[in-house]
Design a protein around this ligand. Structure first.
Ligand SMILES: NC(=O)c1ccc[n+]([C@@H]2O[C@H](COP(=O)([O-])OP(=O)(O)OC[C@H]3O[C@@H](n4cnc5c(N)ncnc54)[C@H](OP(=O)(O)O)[C@@H]3O)[C@@H](O)[C@H]2O)c1
Length: 303
């Protein structure tokens, strides 16, 4: 107890010193040509440092992916609340999303390579996933396309080992909350998605979800329905459990809404220690979801 209080205090002092130093440096460079004399910290810069301390530092992994990129952009747009970071697999992905200094390059299958991105983070949003590829020459318009995973990038390596590496790294770094995006369908081991490329993708995703739920870190597991590249923030969102939504007509959700739910989950206690399915009504069919506290309050399932 004493040691953890001490660690918390040391971390707080370190962050305060870092924030003050950053604003101090900024002020010094601004004033360099205007005055000489002893360095001093103004009330304004001190309060800026305190404001930075109140912000939550959040890392999005898979930030070069389709949902991950939207979530990363949303974080950056809310710079009054969050200090956003991204993790991408390659330097090319980093360039594609703007190449900012807060985008780290690392491979989630290699625990050491992701540690710098996770260091100093308050919350982690996991949006990495094994990516199925279509065999060259395969034509989906004339039958089922042939799908494969690249060597070393099967769901076992990415959705299980890779997610586990992130959870372990987050735990070691004292991360206070993890949001993990998974998929609906995981209650059925014979789900057709499991046969894609012999990857058993839902099985490995589910294993990582269980690992997170058992980690002791406050978590939110979002099991999304079929993802749509449609406008976000215009639909009524639906939450469910145990794949019950798969028996209905509402089984899809825009990527932009998934990204929004990830970020909203960081802001409400009602989202913590919860796992749920997420879908949406068709646009225009319901009242658009604005009250996320109420949405999370509907969820009763811990796994
Ligand atoms: N597609 C659907 O209909 C559907 C339905 C339900 C749930 N979901 C889930 O929703 C989430 C978001 O899906 P999405 O389609 O938006 O994702 P996506 O575009 O496929 O992005 C996945 C990201 O993970 C990254 N990644 C893969 N292996 C990595 C590694 N070893 N190290 C670091 N990063 C790695 C990929 O980077 P590279 O591109 O560089 O490899 C990519 O940016 C995923 O978990 C997905 O399984 C999808």
């Amino acid at each position: 107890m004493f040691l953890s209080s001490l660690a918390f205090f040391a971390r707080f002092v370190f962050q305060l010193a870092y924030a003050i130093k950053a604003t101090q440096n900024k002020e010094i460079s601004l004033n360099r040509n205007r005055r000489r004399g002893p360095r001093r910290i103004s009330v304004v810069s001190m309060s800026a440092a305190m404001t930075d301390l109140k912000k939550s530092t959040v890392l999005i992994t898979g930030a070069g992916g389709r949902t991950g990129h939207i979530a990363y952009k949303k974080l950056k747009e809310r710079s009054d609340q969050f200090i956003g970071r991204g993790l991408v697999r390659t330097a090319e992905s980093k360039q594609q999303i703007g190449g900012a200094d807060d985008v780290f390059v690392g491979d989630i299958r290699d625990a050491d390579s992701i540690a710098p991105a996770i260091h100093g983070v308050d919350a982690l949003i996991i949006l990495t996933s094994a990516v199925p590829r279509m065999k060259p020459g395969s034509d989906p318009s004339i039958g089922r396309p042939e799908i494969y995973f690249e060597d070393g990038a099967y769901p076992e390596q990415v959705d299980w080992i890779g997610q586990k590496n992130q959870i372990d790294a987050a735990k070691a770094a004292g991360v206070k909350q993890i949001v993990l995006v998974g998929s609906m369908g995981g209650t059925n081991p014979s789900h057709p998605l499991n046969s894609l490329g012999n990857g058993n993708i839902l099985v490995w995703k589910r294993k990582a979800e269980q690992y997170l739920a058992d980690s002791g870190i406050p978590y939110t597991i979002i099991r999304a329905g079929g993802l749509l590249d449609k406008e976000g923030g215009v639909r009524e969102l639906l939450v469910g459990k145990d794949d019950e939504l798969l028996q209905t007509e509402t089984r899809t959700v825009p990527r932009a809404d998934v990204a929004e739910v990830c970020i909203q989950a960081l802001q409400f206690e009602e989202a913590k220690f919860k796992a749920f399915d997420l879908a949406s009504k068709p646009e225009g069919a319901g009242a658009r979801t604005k009250d996320f506290k109420a949405l999370f309050s509907q969820i009763t399932s811990r796994f």
